[in-house]
Structures are given as C-alpha cells and as structure tokens.
Design a protein around this ligand. Structure first.
Ligand code: F6P
Length: 517
C-alpha cells in the first residue's frame, strides 16, 4: 500500500517540470541511476525526487518487503491460494536453499534435461536412424512465450544445433508452418505443459502425432516425442516414453518456468552451455535482489517506480520499448509475466484491493514502433510511462546502424520528457498541431550487451520487480484463477451444453453453425 506521505509527494511533484527534475543532477541522479548484474537502470526521467523516493522505500519497508522477499527466496508459502512456495529461482540456484529437498529435485531434473539435450545435439538420439534437425515446442502461455523469446533473443549465440520452431495456436496453420520443410524422420516434438491438460496444447500435440504417423507410421511416431510437465503421469498416459518425460515441481509457476524443463527446447537448440549461462545471469540478479540494500536494489527500485506510476500518478499502462531486433518478443513475455501475475483485484486476505493492481503492459521493438504508435505516445491525451531497453555496446559501436539505434532510443526519451513548444508566430493553428506537451516519464534499462547472462538477469529483474509490486498491492502474484471460467465455457460450447449461456452468445453460435440453430 502507498501511504498518505507517498500521495502527498505525488501531488507536489505533479506540478513540477519533469525537465527541471531531470536537470537536478547530484544526489538525485546518484539515487535514480543504479547498476547490477550487467544492467543499468536509469530512472532519472521519472517524476520523482529524493524525498519522494525515500518515502517510497519507507512504504516498502512498512509493507514488509524485506521479510517477504526472504520468505520468497527461502521457499516459504507465498502462493496462499494454492498453498505453494514459488521457487523458480531454485533453477538458478539463486535461492538460499542449497541442500534442501528442492535443490536435490532441481539438480536431478537439470541433469536429465542436459543429458537429453546433449544426446539430441550429438546425434546419439536418432529415433528413426537420423539425427534430429528440427525441434518443435508445442505449448502456450508460459510454456511458449519464454522459450520463444529466449530462442529469438539468443539466436546470435548459436553455433550449431537443430532448428527451433514453436506452436501455440489451435489454428492448424501454426503446426503446418512449424513442420514445413522438415524431414519427418528427423523431427522432435516437445509437448511443454505444466498441467498437461491445456486444451490447445493437447489438441496440437495429438495433431502433430497424427501428422507424423501419416509420414513415418504410427509405430514410429511416438519415438519422436518428449514432454516437459509438472504432471508427468499425464504425459506418460498421452503415450510419451517415460524416459523422455522431464518433470518439474508444481511450485514453478507457468510464467516463471522457462528455467525448468520447459526450457528443454532451448537447451537443445542453443546448447546446454548457453542455457546454463542464461540461468547464471539470473542467479546474479537473484543474489543482488537478496543482498543489495533497498536503495540500491534494482528489482526494488523498478517495482516501486512502477507502483508509483500506476497508483500515485495514476497511469494505467506501461509501454515496453526494446531497441534490439532480438528483443522483439520481450513485450509479449513481460505482458504475460506482469498481467497474469498482477491483474488481480482481491488481496491475499480475500478483501477487495484498495488500489489497482499492475498496469496494462504493451510495447514492441524500436525503432519500428516510432513509426507506429509513438505519435500517440507523444501527442495523445494519455500519459504512458515507457521502459526503454537498450544495448550498451550499441552506443559506441563501429556500426553506424547500432549507434543510430541507440541515438533514437535516447532521443525518444528526451522528446517524451521535454516535448516541444512551437512558436505560434504567424501560424498559431499549425504551431498548436506541431507542439508536443512533454512531461512524459520513462525509464531506461541498458544491458552491457545482449548475452545469455544479461538476458537472464533482465528476466530475473522483471520477475522480482513483479513480486515487489505484488507486496505493495497486497496481492498473490503466483495464481491465475481468472483464466478458469473461459476454459469451462469453451468446454460447454464444444459439448453443446449452453442453455444457461446468454442470448447473444447462443445466437452467435447458432448463426455461425458452431451449435445447431
Ligand atoms: O493462461 C493460463 C495458463 O495456466 C498460464 O498460466 C500457463 O502458462 C498456460 O496457461 C499454459 O499452461 P500449461 O503449461 O499447464 O499448459
């Protein structure tokens, strides 16, 4: 919860010039520009000063952020509605649980996925007498977005290995394009599903198996399947050889699961060493989160800034602008991580939340987005804080395109902050159209370079900042009960049991023929 003191600071700062705040320099810059694990957070364009920042940190202490952080990292029950810890960090050994049962389980499952990844990459695994040349990950949400993002983000770090493709949509075209051009005797399907009961994933998995049976025979098709799931018995019941069912515990949340067996496609496609470096980068951020004083703690600072913008300044959304072609999927990943974690209106005690939960998160990659929605950001009525994510190496690169990419990102932050007042002179109407209000905050996160380690650190930073926000909102970030109703209603429609459904839906279904008229 934010305090009256926080809200009073917000009222005071609302009338301040953001340009004047950003020009303050001195202690303010010291406090709002911090680095850790290969990432620099520059929050100097936020509508904050030292007094307001100190009050935010005070509010975090009052909310018990240090005790709750320690509970999270030590495997305490932080997911009350499912009575579970949230120990995805254990997969980076960043949590303080060496030697615990969790650490032993993690070590076993990591050894199994690594061994299988090495067997596939070396050609030792040849289900139809040929080395695997294409891996198709079938999954959705956290069983898709993480692998898909990391595969794209680290594509320049891959020397060799099977080609990775991803199927998430029920649209048959998704599977069709994922297998296009592959040698059916050299394809491996990985069904990634924590519950192993997600309709989309199971239907696509069955369709993939039917397709492959049509290509190489039903008796061989099953040899080309593996699974990553917290429900291994269901994966085995699907017909996947137990040797190729890689499990993980239910205390790894779906949107926090890329570190676990859900990352199997990455360990195969990128190689175990790259995947290990990715995890190690996250571990470095875990240790920073665990050890750094609140005032210097990147997840704490970023989480408080996002709460400040959402609740004190009442900005309902936040834009993620990644200035790297390889981070084009970052906004999608952050969207699920944040909105499925923080899109809640009930507190952990079941009471209506006193403040809104997390922001609407959207975005894309720069500079392309400057040619799509930046007009709206600069001259629209709504103020939307922007997270610029850039690559430090670009700023002094020998390649003019990389320097231009960095310059564009810096320029957009400056333009949002200060705007432009065009002198009306003799064309007051045109001047009004050309003027830009400014006063629009942004944060800049600069990765030293885009490497497995800095990418891991960035994802871990985001996971922990979501946790910090959840503490300030008083909500459980690790469950997602809001997605259940849609699944039940879909089942009702497909089973034809819709008498209780609203007339609009019934008429739609009758008109379109999904349900008999
Ligand atoms: O969207 C609901 C959800 O449960 C996500 O939390 C999860 O990442 C996704 O569906 C897929 O679930 P599973 O990995 O169990 O197939």
């Amino acid at each position: 919860m934010l305090t009256t003191e926080n809200l009073n600071h917000a009222e005071r700062l609302k009338s301040e010039s953001l340009r004047a705040l950003a020009d303050t320099g001195g202690d303010r810059s010291e406090r709002l520009i911090r680095s850790a694990a290969g990432i620099e957070l520059d929050a100097s364009k936020q509508r904050l000063d030292v007094a307001a920042l100190d009050a935010l940190i005070g509010a975090a202490r009052d909310a018990g952020i240090e005790e709750k952080r320690d509970l999270l990292l030590s495997g305490g029950i932080v997911n009350g509605t499912e009575n579970r810890p949230a120990l995805h960090m254990a997969y980076r050994h960043g949590a303080n649980i060496p030697g615990s049962p969790e650490a032993e389980l993690v070590d076993r499952t990591q050894a199994q996925t690594r061994a299988f990844a090495e067997a596939v990459r070396s050609g030792a695994f040849q289900p139809s007498g040929k080395p695997i040349t294409r891996v198709v990950n079938i999954g959705i949400g956290g069983s898709d977005l993480g692998p898909r993002l990391i595969a794209d983000a680290l594509a320049d770090h891959v020397e060799s290995g099977p080609e990775l493709r991803f199927v998430a949509s029920l649209d048959p075209s998704d599977l069709k394009h994922a297998v296009a051009g592959c040698d059916p005797e050299a394809v491996l399907f990985i069904i990634a599903s924590k519950s192993f009961s997600t309709q989309e994933t199971l239907m696509s998995g069955e369709a993939a198996r039917d397709w492959l049976a049509g290509q190489i025979g039903a008796d061989k098709a099953g040899d080309h399947f593996a699974a990553a799931s917290a429900a291994p018995d269901k994966a085995k019941a699907f017909g996947i050889d137990p040797e190729r069912v890689f499990d993980f515990p239910d205390w790894v949340g779906g949107r926090y699961s890329v570190w676990s067996a859900v990352g199997l496609s990455l360990e195969i496609g990128l190689g175990p060493e790259v995947f290990a470096a990715f995890r190690d980068g996250a571990q470095a951020m875990d240790r920073h989160f665990a050890d750094a004083p609140l005032e210097q703690n990147l997840p704490i600072l970023k989480g408080l800034i996002d709460v400040w913008n959402r609740v004190a300044l009442n900005y309902p959304s936040r834009c993620v602008a990644a200035y790297s072609a390889r981070l084009g999927k970052l906004a999608d990943y952050f969207q699920q991580l944040e909105m499925e974690s923080l899109g809640k209106s009930v507190t952990t005690s079941g009471q209506p939340g006193q403040t809104p939960g997390g922001a609407l998160v959207w975005g894309g990659s720069g500079t392309e987005i400057q040619h799509s929605f930046f007009q709206w950001l600069h001259q629209g009525k709504d103020i939307v804080p922007v997270d610029f994510i850039g690559i430090g190496r670009h700023f002094a690169s020998a390649d003019p395109r990389e320097r231009a990419l960095a310059a564009n990102m810096a320029a957009q932050g400056a333009a949002l902050l200060d705007g432009r007042q065009v002198d009306p002179a003799d064309e007051p109407i045109l001047a009004a159209h050309k003027s830009m209000p400014g006063g629009r905050p942004s944060a800049t996160l600069i990765l030293d370079d885009l490497t497995p380690a800095t990418l891991g650190a960035l994802i871990a930073l985001q996971e922990h900042k979501v946790f910090v926000e959840s503490v300030m909102y008083g909500i459980n970030p690790f469950d997602q009960w809001g997605v259940e109703l849609g699944k039940v209603l879909t089942k009702g429609i497909l089973d034809g049991e819709i008498t209780e459904y609203d007339a609009s839906t019934k008429q739609l279904l009758a008109r379109t023929g999904l349900i008999g008229g």
